[in-house]
Design a protein around this ligand. Sequence first.
Ligand SMILES: [Fe+2]
Length: 288
Amino acid sequence: MSEVGLLSNNSAKLILNQTSQNILQLPVQETLDYFKSFGILLFRGFGVNYEQMKVFAEKFSSRFVLDKDRPIVDPRNKFVTLVDPGMHYVSPHCENANSPFRPDVIWFCCGVPASQGGETLFWDGVRVWEELDQELRQLLIAKKIKFCQKFPAADWKRFLGVGATLADVKRTLNGIPGLSYKINDDQSVSIEYVCSAVVKTKYGHQDAFANSLIAEYKNPRGVVTFADDSPIPATVINQIQQVMNKLTEVIPWQAGDLVMIDNSRFLHGRRSFTDTKRRIYSLLSYLK
Ligand SMILES: [Fe+2]
């Protein structure tokens, strides 16, 4: 294994290439062990491009999922996408955690960093949970949250595959705990997903504030309430935000960097930027 170390003041584990190794030569089990204990790995110096990201990710993954909003970069690599469109700040969230289809891992690789800004931000949900005050934690344990979303037919066909039918939608959505759905006349599908803001991490089974509450609350198109439809008070959001502001960490992108994030524990977001040349690619997967 290449030399490993921590970025200063950063909980991401840095795996640095000092022997001109190809990323595909890294030992899988050892890498996985690091991933399980740190939850976020930054591979630097391997000059990873998005094709290699996919091949490397395949060693750990049972399957990939496609994000509905993101542009595909290469028809031969249909799960690799650009990150969220636009150049704006992205609030903390776990990927697809406003639905029952939260992938285990989000992979990012950097083609071109922004000349200024555009860093990926991340938060350790275990630390966020530990830092929230007792009263707020009690509230979030006692009251689940509800996310509402509507998927036009084009969106669920992208998610389920071209040629998917309403029968496939029903097969996919029936029997999922916390989920209810309605098929509308125009074949769009409305879903309501009730879940806890505090989840157990996939590795270590620790409590983590790992969810999409803040991002959906801030999203003008997002609808999030408590499970009983009562509004989430702005004071609650502000308190969480204050704690998170103190725990924000940064990926200072260099071209060829690869990042692997445990989506059951870490939230991520990004700083705004203006550089149109910035290229960060992403991939979502479930682990083997
Ligand atoms: Fe994201």
